[in-house]
Each structure stands twice: as structure tokens, then as C-alpha cells.
Write a protein that binds this ligand. Sequence first.
Ligand code: ARG
Length: 292
Amino acid sequence: MTVLDTRAHVAARPQEPGPARHPRTRTYGMCPPEHFDVTYAINPWMRPGVDVDLDRAMTQWQVLRETYRSLGHRVEELPAQPGQPDMVFAANGALVVRDRAYGARFRHPERHAEAAAHATWLETLGLDVVEPQHVNEGEGDFLTLGSMILGGTGFRTTLDAHVEAAQLLDRPVVSLELVDPRFYHLDVALGVLDDGNGEAPADIAYLPQAFSRHSQRTLAELFPDALRCTMDDALAFGLNLVSDGQRVVLPTAARDLTAALEGRGYTPVPVDLSELLKGGGSIKCCTMEMHA
Ligand code: ARG
């Protein structure tokens, strides 16, 4: 048995270049953390009363905004509302595909008022905003690919909302069941690396254990070559990433994922958003994409 020299052999082999990746210019919606705070707990990451350094939160958020701009993307800003400390997590306010926005209906009363603020703002951008009948938290639980939308359920967004979104946006929604409360939104359990709208096929990274058995099977069927993330990186919010198809903006702390992305031909762009982690969110949570 010659088992021990396998690793040395792998390490000595020259690294194969990953597949060619192509960036596409995006438009993002973001909301400054002017009123960010942790005054209630609606996910296991939140500790009400924890010290929040607002200046630090604002500086980190501005770095994220300027990172997008320096990559050539457009950022639209939604004005923050007093009394809505979670509004910085702009991804939750709607699901925008082309000229239509499927509005949010938040699960927890603490966030109810955010939905109307998003709807009004999206209307000023010229979008057709549809008020939802069912509980859904926008891009927190809906991730858009070229051919389908992945929908999370189990903690926040309902299955009825998946059906509603599919009808309104005229795209199939694949429902995925989340089972670990630490990964209460789809966008903390799964990250879209390539939406499949360009030349390359859709590509995702995810944490299998965050999903029910049947949803793990759905994901394995749909994305047999997906990047599987470690628990440590997922707990560092590594999957809460934003990709333009080539450059992947992700939390600095997700080190293995960062290395794995390079091996797949992506360019990782680490950003530290640690102050906002106190609210249970990171990069993707702060970023609503207006999908073309
Ligand atoms: N405190 C917020 C909540 O629990 C965080 C939302 C994070 N957003 C996200 N897209 N995962 O609702």
C-alpha cells in the first residue's frame, strides 16, 4: 500500500489554470448603515444590546460600495430610515428581474416597515413594483440564475411566495429547504458564482448541511460540479458573496473558500464587513442586484 505519498504527488503537480471567467457589469442597490443597531434578535447571530460601532460599520460599508464602483458596477442608494436598524441589509427588500420588482413581505414585525420604503424607492427608479401576497424576504431567499430562480424556505420565505414569484417573474423557481437556523436565509447557505447568463454554465458554492436531505439531492442533481464550502467558512459568512461572473466579493475571513475560488478561475475580492455581522449579515445581504 502506497498511500502516504499521494499528497506529495498532488502538491508537486503544477496547478492547472481554472476555466476562463467573464465579468458582466451589474447594478446594485445598497442602503447606508446610518441607523444600524442590534435592538432585537430575529436570527441566532443577533445579541441585543451588543456594542455597535456605527463609524466602523459605515466605513466598512463604504469600502464595499467603492469596491463595486471600482470594479465598474453601478450602485443605487436607498435612503436609510430611522427606527429600521436592519435596513442596511438591502437584499431583503425585493427581488428585481428586468423592469419588475417582486416586493418583500417580511416575516418579523420589526422589519415590516422596510418593505414600503423599498417599494417607493424602486418605483422612483422606474420599476414596476408588485406587492406580494405571501411572506418573502427578497433576495435574502431568492437567488437568480439565467434559467431559473433558486428559492429558500424554512425560516423566512414561504413556499407560496416561491409560486407567486415564479408567476410574476415568469421564471421557474426551484425550492430549497433550509434546516439550520444559523443559515436562516438562502444567501447565507449558497452563493452564486456565475449566473449562467454569459458563456459559462451556472456555477454555485454552498454548504450542503444547511439544506434538508431532499434539497441536498436537488442541488447535487442541478449542480454536480458545485463548490462545497466548509462549515468554518460558511460560519464566517463566506457564502454571502457577490460575484459578477469573474470577480467574487466575499468576507475576508473565508480563507479556504477564497483559495478554492482562485482554483476555479475566479478573482476573489475580500472585504471586511465584520461590524455588520452583529446583525447576522454580510456582503450579499447588503447588496440587492437589479438583474438584467
Ligand atoms: N438582521 C437581519 C435579519 O435577521 C439580517 C438580514 C440579513 N440579510 C440577508 N440577506 N441574509 O433579518
